[in-house]
Design a protein around this ligand. Structure first.
Ligand SMILES: Nc1ncnc2c1ncn2[C@@H]1O[C@H](COP(=O)(O)OP(=O)(O)OP(=O)(O)O)[C@@H](O)[C@H]1O
Ligand SMILES: [Mg+2]
Length: 364
């Protein structure tokens, strides 16, 4: 087995609030794994369990094939003996220590020679963009700068397993992008395993080898490559969570699949499976809108010019959809519509979901 982290049947509750329920998860050695889920779903709780700061009610946690947590009793391996590099969401840095002292702390504990300690620390400080700030105290830094101190401190320890909890949330957009590639590059270069927790879809897709999507109840809905998660979502929850989602309701009558409240037949291959009612899921850019081409007839309810794209809210037999066309294309093909005009819609992509599964997502 080459799983560096293995979580088996882990449950965790606070008072009556069940956060994690019989959760299983394995992370392979050397991969960059992101855990993606909405705020409050239990991501930090899971990291704290792995790190050894929390004890679960049921289940086991293995790190590097060693049982480190066992809810059924037995010795816990304490947090400081798990060999992890950790960056917490609240970028806890020691307030009484300078940037240099904070970052060099793991090297000091490891009794590294002074020269090596200084050189490595300064290199990390520079790498996270804090050059010349090494003598400052955390109180003299912005939130984003403090977060980078925490990141540098975790990196300097050179552990083979890093747990990162939203380590980039306080950085501005440019720096965030730069840092996420830095993290990815370091991960490859040093061959460390990274477990990266975030609610940001874009970061999760950009840096991960594999992504796990968690729902509000702490259940993992899907694990896959970023491409699989985005292109082949296992259910409406994942589809919704990964971007703007449209659902066309479809009912079967006499072998025909009819759209919403009307009698137009959906121009797509029939769904496979046993559901009695269906929805066809698509993103705004998954449609082709024309004036009088193939497809379903719709009415433009609202037209919005957003610069690079035109957005049209389109009504098809009582269901409304968000669609987008690139402005260049819209101008070139005479597709600048006025509100109230009729249009034709065909699909470049359509995912069939059981309408019951969608109900479960939208009622939350
Ligand atoms: N020590 C605690 N005592 C009571 N409830 C807690 C405690 N820690 C976490 N919770 C609850 O557990 C749930 C999951 O919290 P968690 O911090 O793991 O969310 P998260 O997924 O990390 O969210 P975010 O993206 O906002 O950081 C929340 O409802 C939270 O209120
Ligand atoms: Mg959190």
């Amino acid at each position: 087995m080459d799983d560096i982290i293995k979580i088996e049947n882990v449950s965790k509750a606070y008072d009556k609030h069940q956060v994690l329920n019989n959760l299983d998860l394995s992370i392979k050695r050397g991969e960059c794994f992101t855990l993606l889920g909405p705020s409050g779903c239990g991501k930090t709780v899971l990291l704290r369990l792995i790190a050894g700061f929390e004890v679960p009610e049921t289940g086991k946690v293995y790190i590097d094939n060693t049982l480190v947590t066992d809810a059924d009793g037995g010795d816990m391996v304490s947090a400081d003996r798990r060999g992890l590099g950790i960056v917490f969401q609240d970028y806890a840095v020691w307030p009484h220590m300078t940037v240099f002292e904070n970052v060099s702390y793991p090297l000091k504990i490891a009794k590294k020679p002074k020269e090596e300690l200084t050189a490595t620390t300064m290199r990390m400080i520079e790498m996270v963009g804090l050059k010349d700030l090494d003598k400052r105290l955390p109180s003299e830094l912005s939130g984003g700068q403090q977060q980078r101190v925490a990141l540098a401190r975790a990196l300097v320890a050179n552990s083979s397993l890093m747990l990162l909890d939203e380590p980039l949330s306080n950085l501005d957009a440019n720096l965030r992008e730069e840092m996420r590639f830095e993290i990815k590059e370091l991960q490859r270069e040093l061959n460390v395993t990274v477990l990266y927790v975030t609610h940001d879809q874009e970061i999760a897709l950009a840096i991960a080898d594999r992504v796990a999507v968690m729902d509000e109840k702490g259940n993992i809905r899907q694990i896959g490559t970023p491409y699989e998660i985005f292109e082949r979502p296992s259910d409406p929850f994942v589809f919704n969570f990964m971007g703007i989602a449209n659902y066309l309701s479809v009912r079967e009558e006499g072998g025909k699949y009819l759209v919403a409240n009307g009698n137009q037949v959906i121009p797509w291959k029939n769904p496979e499976g046993t559901a009695t009612s269906w929805v066809g899921g698509f993103r705004p850019s998954d449609v082709e809108v024309t004036r009088d081409g193939e497809g379903l007839t719709g009415v433009i309810k609202r037209a919005s010019f957003l610069g690079a794209t035109m957005h049209y809210l389109i009504d098809i037999d009582g269901d409304e959809f968000n669609t987008s066309i690139e402005t260049h294309e819209a101008v070139e093909k005479n597709l600048i519509f006025e509100e109230g005009e009729t249009c034709k819609i065909s699909f470049k992509d359509l995912l069939w979901f059981d309408a019951e599964d969608l109900k479960e997502v939208t009622k939350q």
